[in-house]
Design a protein around this ligand. Sequence first.
Ligand SMILES: *[C@@H]1O[C@H](CO)[C@@H](O)[C@H](O)[C@H]1NC(C)=O
Length: 539
Amino acid sequence: GGHIFLPYFCVCFSNPCATTGRVQRGAVSVVEGEVGWLSCPLFSHPLSTTTHLHPEHRHPPQSVAAGRRRKCGLPVAVAPIEDLIPLQEGKTLDCPDLQDATKMSESTPKVQWYFARHLVCGWYPFWNSDREQKGNSLQVHLMMEQYQGLYYCRVQYQRRNQTLNFTRSINVTAILPLSLPKEPSIMNPTNDQIFTVKTGTEVRLVCRGQLPFVLDKPWREIWWTVDGKTLDKLPDRFKQINRCEHSHHFRDLTIESILVIQDFQSQDMKREFYCSVKNERGFDTRRAQLEEEVSLPTVELGCGLGVTLLLMLILFVVYHAFWLELLLLYRSWFGTDERHTDDKEFDVYISYARNSEEEQFVLLTLRRVLENELGYSVCIFDRDSLPGGTITDETLSFVARSRRLLVVVSPGYASQGSQALLELKAGIDTMALAGHLRVILVQYKPVRRKGWVRELRRARVALALVRWQGDKSRELSSRFWKRLRVELPVRRVSSRGEDEEESKEVALMRLHSQNSTNSQTGSSATPSKTTMKVLNSAA
Ligand SMILES: *[C@@H]1O[C@H](CO)[C@@H](O)[C@H](O)[C@H]1NC(C)=O
């Protein structure tokens, strides 16, 4: 069953050839033992143009061993004819070139059918009646998937007392029933699908379209548009890559079309990306929704974090360096002036050990600054106490009429029977009676904490310790005074002048009136030294 390939010339001797040329070249492929036709293209009349070629007449053959490649088929001189049969439907297969044979045959040609699919093959009749030979045609009543394959027809006819034969083939493929919908559709992007894109990178938008096969009009397409324009009208940054996913599913195609956008730019976010599919039966289109990726690159994140930490560090440092100033500023803005809310007379009662190193400090520095520079009303027993009455009662009353008890701590403070001890007791009593007294401990020189501090603590007295730091604390802007001001009642810097004068005057007036009533009793001695002596002797 070898193939013979015959080149030939045909020469024209009659008029119609004058214009087109007299000699034409042709070639024919014949299977050994079969009949073939030489068709001279110049002539249209079949009888005159067709010459029978019997293998006996052949010239030195160019045999082609093509038959061996097919596992179970027949050698055929010409390529198979393609035919499509919808599944579940029927069709009649006619043998190709049978018409020509019929014209040349002196009897009715006979046709034999043969089927080959992979390794399954055989002559008609086939194993069931779905495919039936009617006359020379083969009728497929009900197309099935397994009936796909090559159908061979061998034609036998008589001519000039010779039995001639040839074989032709039909490649039958199943397609989906015609009754099924053939409209194309887009599977991706789905309606709620969002593509996350990142500017500056290559973005790939994947569109998957289902494109059914339409009989006789197999044309179909899938494409992207950007802002209504096809990609050939857009810059080279936009490219489309198409690839078939399922190409042999009864000829229906699922095609993937990828829109590749190189170097995606932020203005591309505003563009409209549409994927469309189309075939003879319909059209579908869908917009690709984009969402910009919230990019927090590690470098920027690190920078942000670093800056935040640095800011926090700066704030921390600033707070630690200036917390006193900040506190004072805050108080000057939002602090309430205690003079408006209580009926006390003095801002500070200074308690200290008499005849000590601290006495100098109290009388020369502390009192002066508090009264003259900071505008507080200060009560010191020696100076402000009034003669007459018991000292204990007086001490108690003065402490009770002060907003703060300022205790200057010294080694001998609160020693047995001292005025300072009395004042301290008065403070604790006031605390117990009125419930509110702040005690400020001022440490002039480093001393060991004494038992009375513990006692104050036990009495739940609000305690604050401010340390004098020698010459460093002389300036009014030093830490010592700021710290002290924080512990003392609020005095607004701006409105200080008038208010202070007023309150001082009020205090003085009260003192004077008391003085005058007391002086009528006759006693007018300054209390300090006498008081001390009385107390000392009592101890
Ligand atoms: C028959 O058709 C099918 C589908 O179109 C194709 O894959 C196959 O190669 C064809 N066979 C021959 C022998 O042409």
